[in-house]
Design a protein around this ligand. Structure first.
Ligand code: GTP
Length: 512
């Protein structure tokens, strides 16, 4: 330790700074001071560098400003501990300050919290978990409980991050199992559904309509699934169930008819047996009396008896024959009625929700689809467009090329439209040569663009008839449904726009 006075040491230090050509900074001065004084220099403290860092740190809110102030004063005091605390405080701003119950982004959640662990960020994780839950089903009660606990914890004003980390880890572990289970269950259910369809197909080999529907069902329920395709499965299945219920009813009816016929037949048979055994008895008795008769007078009453018994027997037989004939006629007429019903049913069920010619939905199918789309759009707050298109000069096409060509042109249009549509769009045959397209989540401008694209597509994909390229054009009206408009009003607006498109030259798409 030097015995010189501090002012002497200071003078010596300044000389040394000059000799060593060092800048007279506080750090350099301090180091040389201790060298001259022979005292132990404290560890180097990079005040200048730390001040530079403090200078570039953001001070966007009072919390950051406060901790920057603390940092600067710690640098001035050359306190590593103060610097460390100020930096941790700066990084973890965003917790409830003492004495204040309101969540505040100004104070740290905990020393371990990073700058992202703000209440907003934690709320996002809580919502993510809540939104994911419905997709994972309700089977695993422990999993749901765990998720709820986690969501509650995330929403607490002062989050224990260590506990949250452990719970998030456990949750994510369980989530992976549950998600795997769900995917397995889905695949197995689909497999079962296919088996059910195949089984129905086996049972109705003789019914071409049902077989066609079953093939379509198997096709529509093959992944990748979309809500639209599942909806198609549902509608087709309803048709199949309807038709099978009717077929079962018919089978019961035929069976009851048969039973009645057999019962009458057995009745008649027993009556005839009774009458014929009585008749045989009478005839045998007559034969015995004839054998024993000695005179012609004795034979008279016996013959009378025999004739009466024979007449009775003949009339009984006639009655039974008439009854059976009437029964047969009744059965035949019932059979004819059933067969008529069968044909009617074939026609009705084939058209239950799909148009048999184009495969598009029919009016009934459209009514259901439109109601569903309207409620989805209202629930999600999205836009729904309805487009109504009518083929131009279709009568001429029919007249020039024949009705069959007209049918083929309708099918062609439906096929090209389906190719152009998104999976969530719906095509329905509204009338003879009129179609409706439902465009969910679509604003008017995009609805019009979609129909214009379909027009262009039809100029590329010609309808071919006897090696002739026939251009099919249409006029269309598009309406975007307003929040409280009914399906009928929406279609009416689209129809009016389509009508104007026809009146103003055809082959046009107009907004309604
Ligand atoms: N081939 C066929 N023709 C049909 C069908 N449904 C309706 N039609 C015919 O479509 C034609 C429609 O004729 P119009 O209503 O005069 O319409 P258009 O000839 O297209 O005239 P614009 O609409 O003014 O362009 C009629 O001749 C109907 O017989 C069908 O399923 N198949």
């Amino acid at each position: 330790m030097s015995d010189r006075s501090p002012s002497e040491i200071a003078r010596e230090t300044f000389k040394l700074l000059a000799v060593k050509r060092l800048a007279p900074t506080p750090d350099n001065y301090q180091v040389l001071y201790h060298e001259v004084a022979g005292t132990l220099a404290p560890a180097h403290f990079p005040s200048e560098h730390l001040r530079k860092i403090a200078g570039v740190l953001p001070a966007k809110n009072p919390g950051q400003q406060k901790h920057l102030g603390l940092l600067n004063s710690a640098i001035n005091q050359r306190s590593w501990e103060g610097v460390q605390n100020a930096l941790i405080g700066f990084a973890g701003f965003g917790m409830v300050s003492s004495g204040n119950t309101e969540p505040s982004p100004l104070t740290p959640l905990s020393p371990a919290a990073g700058p992202l662990a703000t209440p907003e960020f934690l709320e996002q994780i809580a919502r993510l978990i809540e939104n994911a839950l419905p997709a994972l089903g309700n089977d695993d009660l422990r999993f749901i409980e765990q998720a709820r606990e986690l969501v509650n914890l995330l929403r607490q004003p002062a989050v224990d991050l260590i506990r949250m980390k452990t719970m998030l880890g456990n949750f994510s572990h369980r989530l992976s199992f549950t998600a795997e289970d769900q995917s397995e269950i889905r695949a197995t259910l689909l497999h079962l559904l296919h088996m059910v369809f195949e089984n129905i197909a086996e049972l109705c080999l003789d019914d071409r309509w049902l077989k066609g529907q079953i093939d379509a069902l198997i096709d529509a329920s093959t992944p990748p699934l979309t809500l639209r395709r599942l909806d198609d499965v549902q509608r087709r299945l309803k048709d199949v169930i309807f038709k099978q219920a009717e077929a079962k009813g018919r089978a019961y009816e035929a069976q009851a008819q048969m039973q009645q016929l057999l019962a009458t037949f057995v009745d008649r048979l027993s009556l005839m047996t009774e009458s014929s055994s009585a008749y045989h008895g009478t005839i045998e008795e007559c034969a015995r009396q004839i054998e024993q008769a000695k005179t012609l007078e004795e034979l008279g009453p016996v013959l009378q008896n025999a004739i009466a018994a024979t007449r009775h027997m003949a009339s009984e037989t006639m009655r039974s024959r008439d009854d059976l004939q009437a029964m047969r006629a009744k059965t035949e007429s019932a059979e004819a009625e059933i067969s008529k019903l069968h044909h009617e049913l074939d026609r009705v069920s084939a058209q239950a929700r799909h148009d048999p010619l184009t495969g598009a939905l029919n009016r009934r199918g459209l009514d259901e689809a439109i109601q569903r789309e309207i409620s989805t759009a209202r629930r999600k707050g999205t836009h729904l467009c309805l487009a109504l298109l009518d083929i131009d000069n279709f009568k001429k096409l029919n007249d020039d090329l024949g009705h069959e060509a007209g049918d083929a042109a309708l099918t062609h249009l439906a096929n090209v439209t389906r190719e152009c549509m998104r999976p969530q769009d719906t095509l329905a045959r509204y009338g003879g040569e009129e179609f409706v397209i439902l465009l969910p989540d679509t604003e008017l401008e995009h609805g019009i663009a979609t129909l214009t694209r379909l027009q262009r597509e039809l100029t590329k994909q010609f309808f071919l008839r006897e090696n002739m390229k026939v251009l099919i054009t249409f006029s269309a009206g598009v309406a975007q449904l307003t929040p409280d408009e009914t399906a009928i009003d929406g279609i009416k607006r689209a129809d009016q726009a389509m009508y104007i498109a026809k009146r103003t030259g055809k082959n046009r798409v107009l907004g309604g």
